[in-house]
Each structure stands twice: as structure tokens, then as C-alpha cells.
Design a protein around this ligand. Structure first.
Ligand SMILES: [Zn+2]
Length: 262
């Protein structure tokens, strides 16, 4: 690919495939659909991950094929879906490590908080390879509370931890997570902006943690990226801050040589 910087507008939270949970009403879209939507929003790069189907093999194959297509856009980075009870996962990671740019952990679907010892081998891998870990945070506090993700970030300063939904999709959760990151000076904990609609809340969190700690994401194929790009644009940021949130921070996390699927 020539010319376009993958991190000009980078969507750091994109799902591809079919959702099994009845909550998402059978939502399904393939990589061709997803890349069409991303391109239509001017997204130049994305971190793509499976759905709760957890089918790493199928998605990675599609991503590799996409990367082999001349002129294919956007640039894609792959995050492996981590379910500790997935018997094929250790083997998948061993075989495909050079293609894996990040790990995705969804404690709610796994019914297992990220602090559970079952994740230890995967966190150790992330630590060794400096792989960012994208962790779903939500309202089910004892399993998916931001407190658990912050605890892991504190224990593993070499793993970049991205708290999805900025720590949980509600103002009190977002501000709680932002305050904890600030008070504990956690330079490896970042907040992913996916699905946060309240632009004023993003602005408050930004005041607390600074522009180096926010990472733009949309949670496509559930959300449309345009909705959440609009939230970032509504902040009326200085160009340097906007560039960090829309891609500069993702570049820092993912941009190391050899991590993208080529
Ligand atoms: Zn998601």
C-alpha cells in the first residue's frame, strides 16, 4: 500500500463476523462489509477482532487475504479474541504470533474477570511481546468493572491496557476510571472511546488523563464509526491532540515493526 498513513484516522475497536449473543439480534457482517464502512468514514487503519464467536482462525485468514490485495484499504491489524477455555487458542497464538497485534479480552462473555489466574498465560505473552490488551469494561462491576482492568495495568506496567468504553458506558464509570488512571499515574492504561456518546464526558476524561491516554474506537460492526468520529470532532481539539486520539496513540501501541499483518 502506498501513500496513506494507517494511523491518520485509526479505529482501534472493530468487530468482524456474526454475534452469537441474542442481545445483538444476529448482527453479522463480513470483512468486505466492514472495510467498505470504514473507508466510507475516512478510516485509514483499524484494529479488527472477532465477535463473541471467537473465531480467530477465520478472521485472520480474511485479514491476511485483504492485506495481500493490491490497494486494499484500510490497513488492518489483528487482535486475537482470548477465551481461556478455548482449547485451540494456545496453538493458534503459537502458530500466528507474528500476525497478532493485540489481545482482546471480554470478561463478561467469558464470565471471568481479567484478574482471574486463567488469563495469566495470555498476560505473560502480552508482556513478552508488548502486545496491547483491549479489555471490555462495563456495568457488571464484579466481572467487568474498570477496577479490575486498572488492577492488571498496575500489576503489569509493560502491558498497554486499553479500557474499552472508557471504563464502562456510563458517566460515573468513565470518570471513575479516568480519576484512577490519573491518581495512580498509570502511563500504560488508556481509554477507548467506543460507544461513548456524551462528548462532554470525553472532554472531562481528557482533562483528567490527557490526550496521550485516549484511543479512538467505534465498536463497529455494532456501531457506525461516523457517530463516534463525530463525538471526537465535537470536542474541537487542538490539531496535535486530535492527531493523538485519532491515531498517534494507536501508532505508539501498534506501530512497532512486524506487528501488522503483511
Ligand atoms: Zn466491542
Amino acid at each position: 500500500m502506498t501513500g496513506t498513513d494507517p494511523f491518520q484516522v485509526f479505529d482501534a475497536h472493530v468487530h468482524v463476523g456474526h454475534w452469537r449473543t441474542p442481545d445483538f439480534a444476529g448482527r453479522d457482517s463480513d470483512l468486505a462489509d466492514v472495510t467498505r464502512v470504514l473507508r466510507s468514514c475516512g478510516v485509514t487503519g483499524a484494529l479488527v477482532m472477532p465477535t463473541d464467536s471467537g473465531d480467530n482462525d477465520a478472521l485472520l485468514r480474511e485479514v491476511v487475504r485483504h492485506r495481500g490485495t493490491p490497494g486494499a484499504a484500510p490497513a488492518l491489524f489483528f487482535a486475537a479474541w482470548v477465551r481461556p477455555d478455548d482449547d485451540s487458542l494456545t496453538d493458534f497464538l503459537a502458530r500466528n504470533l507474528s500476525h497478532v497485534s493485540a489481545l482482546k479480552i471480554h470478561p463478561s462473555f467469558n464470565r471471568l474477570p481479567i484478574t482471574d489466574p486463567a488469563y495469566a498465560p495470555f498476560l505473560a505473552l502480552a508482556e513478552r511481546r508488548r502486545l496491547p490488551v483491549v479489555v471490555h469494561c462495563g456495568r457488571w462491576r464484579e466481572v467487568a468493572g474498570w477496577e479490575k482492568a486498572v488492577e492488571v495495568a498496575e500489576r503489569h506496567p509493560d502491558i498497554p491496557i486499553v479500557l474499552s468504553h472508557m471504563g464502562g458506558d456510563s458517566p460515573t464509570l468513565v470518570l471513575g476510571a479516568a480519576r484512577a488512571i490519573r491518581e495512580r499515574a498509570l502511563s500504560n492504561a488508556l481509554l477507548g472511546t467506543e460507544s461513548i456518546r456524551e462528548y462532554w464526558l470525553v472532554a472531562q476524561a481528557l482533562d483528567l488523563v490527557g490526550p496521550e491516554r485516549l484511543v479512538f474506537g467505534s465498536d463497529h460492526n455494532l456501531n457506525h464509526p461516523a457517530s463516534f468520529l463525530a463525538v471526537i470532532e465535537a470536542l474541537d481539539l487542538a490539531p496535535a491532540e486530535r492527531a493523538l486520539i485519532l491515531g498517534g496513540n494507536a501508532r505508539r501501541l501498534l506501530g512497532a515493526a512486524g506487528k501488522s499483518v503483511r
